[in-house]
Structure formats: structure tokens, C-alpha cells
Design a protein around this ligand. Sequence first.
Ligand code: RNT
Ligand code: ZN
Length: 417
Amino acid sequence: MSYAEAKARYASLGVDTDAAIARLKTVPVALHCWQGDDVRGFDTDPNKPLTGGIQTTGNYPGRARTPEELMADIDQVIRLVPGQVKMNLHASYAIFDEENPWVDRDKLEPKHFQKWVDFCKERGLGCDFNPTFFSHPNCDPLTLSSPNEQTRKFWVEHGKASVRISQYLAEELGQPCVMNIWTGDGFKNVPADRIGPRLRYKQSFDEILSEPFDPEMVYPCAESKVFGIGVESYTVGSAEWCLKYAASRPDCISLMDNGHYHPTEVVSDKISAILAYDKKMALHVTRGVRWDSDHVVLFDDETKELCKEIVRCDGLDKVFIALDYFDASINRISAWVTGFRNLQKALLFALLEPNAELKKLQDEGNWTKLMVMLEEQKTMPFGEIWDEYCRVCGKPVDGAWFPEIEKYEQEVLSKRH
Ligand code: RNT
Ligand code: ZN
């Protein structure tokens, strides 16, 4: 089947495939720098353990060890994915050199991210930012909720430094910067005081956000979690805590990571609930598997449902989409590209639904026809539209990108020892 034939099939449902393609091209999706080096960053000993309840497993060869290697790998990803990439950095990816020697996280400055700004400018990308509250000796293991005032202050200062860096990224790149606050604060064992850490957490967030920033350009978020590995009994920044915190301030938005809920609970159903109240929200798109919340994103049911909800809620400009996963057991660039392409596929799939017609059927109570139409969507000639989207973006179609990765592995990654 040709694109023209597939387009005609969709047109018979009232769906304009060219319009869907044109719309998707403008939607930024944040690419997480941390898939390339197993969340190690450049600001502490690369052999330190990953803490905060997150874990990478596997030791596939070719991990990026320097900013230059990581940037080269990201370039390889950008060459192979259609759509509008936005960078997403963690504070631990600060770049130090002779001119700007190492400083601890509470002393980070915009200048430590200047090379990333240059990287983004050369490629026309915006950039999101994340303070890094894990894998550091000052996690006791708590950070922003620590009862040790010196520890808590250190992390508040890190948060404030991150606000200044986010403002700098937004100004330099001319695009808003989503600044996400996630910590692994919580306990392996059953606590006796659940409210103390949550009150300190609130105070710390307030202190961080007292740092001046332009709310039109910097969007601070609170990301919740249900539990992490080694943090099974209690999480300070739970779903309720984060929702209530974001609701308490006009300048803070909710970030939902779809790996951070109970196994049968889905974020796709939560998007409309948030957008019924808020003009903005943020997502970490990932794939939870049993205890792990960070597997590579697939073109699976929940990824499709998430994207359908974004589109159906008219949320493409309201929901800030970021990828968040880290797999060290397979080629890391393939992991990045697979997840990014799958998210693009899911968004395109969602944009190709006859949503006005489906909504009408629901409102009329015609659940019979609604079910039939929803099922028939699944076998529409989507692959042809997807190929066309890749071509329009000047990026390889399915089948054409993986050989590039194999070549890069052979020529570049396999030489990293
Ligand atoms: C961890 C959170 C968090 C991290 C990144 C590295 O469970 O999802 O977003 O994955 O900040
Ligand atoms: Zn996340």
C-alpha cells in the first residue's frame, strides 16, 4: 500500500493524515541525557553506586564516559529520530574543566552548563533541567526532607542553584525550561514519623522556589513516586504530597512518571483529571516492569493510551512530555532511539483517531459503535503514515535506522574500554 492509499483510508473516517503529520512535527519531546551513561553524570566518582531507589542493570559495552562521548551519542540519536527533540539534563551532567574546576552541587552555576547551551544552540534545541538529589555523599539517605539541618540546607542550596540554571537555559535557548524536582527520599523500613519528613519536604520546596525566576520561562515540577528499590516502606514525595504541593502554588506543576504508581494504576486516566484543573502538567514516559520503573518505552497499550489522552484533552501544548528510562543491558543508543520513536508513533497514532466522532458516539450513548470503531483503529494502515512522517522529517523509516546503530557500535562504541 502507498501513502496515498493509506491517506485515503484515513480520509474516509474524516482524518487528515497530512495535518496529523504537520502537528506532530511541532511537539517537543524531551530526550533524557541519562540513558547514555547509566545515570552516572560527570560530577562525582563514576564508579559510585546509583542511589535514590533507582537502579541500572547490565553492562553492555559502550557507555559514554565524557561529555564529548555523550554529546556524540546524542547526535547519533538525533539523526535517527523524527520529531522535535528537546534536551533534558540532570545537574550531575555539569561540565568542569581547567577554567571551571569542580564544585559541589550547592555551588553549581550556569557557566557549568555553557557547553550544553552551545550544544543546544547549534542544533536549535530547547533544554529542560533536573536538580540531582541522588548518588551523592550528602544523601543521608534523605535530602530535602532530612532532619539534619545542614544536610537539608545543602540540598535546598542545590535546588536554588538549579532554579538559576533553569532560568539561564530558558533565556539562552528562548524556550521554557521544565525544572523537575524528584528525590528518592523515603525509607526501607517502617517509619514512626511520617509527617515530619513531609513537612520538612514542603519547607524545602518553598525555600527552593523562593529563588527568583520567570514563571513564564521556568516551570518547576514535583514528581511523585510510590516506592523505589531499597525505599519500599515509605516515600516522602508520594502522589498525594506532590499533587497537593503543586496545587498549593501557581508556579509549580505536577509531573507524573507512569512507572511510579501501583501496577494496575495508569497515568493515562490521570491526565484529564489534572487538566480539568491545571493549564500545564508534565510527564515522564517510561515502562514499569514489576519493581522497576525505568524500562525502554515500547509501542504498547499504555504508551498509546497516554498519547491518546494528551491528544483528546487538547493537551499537546499543555503536557510537557519527557522520556525517562535507563537500560544498560542493550545498546544504549538503540534504547534511546527505540523509546523516542515509539513515543512518536504513539502520538501519531493518537492524532489519527477520529476523535470528534468518537466523542459524539460516547455522548449519544452509542457504546456499540464506539467499541467497533475503536477496535478498527487498531488495524488501520498506520505503518504507511508513520513512514511518511519519517520521510517528511528527513529521518530513516523503520528498517533503515538500526543498521546505522550497528555501524556506530562497531566503529565507535566497541572501542570504548
Ligand atoms: C526516578 C525518577 C526520576 C529519575 C531521573 C533520573 O524514579 O523517575 O525522574 O528517573 O530523574
Ligand atoms: Zn521520572
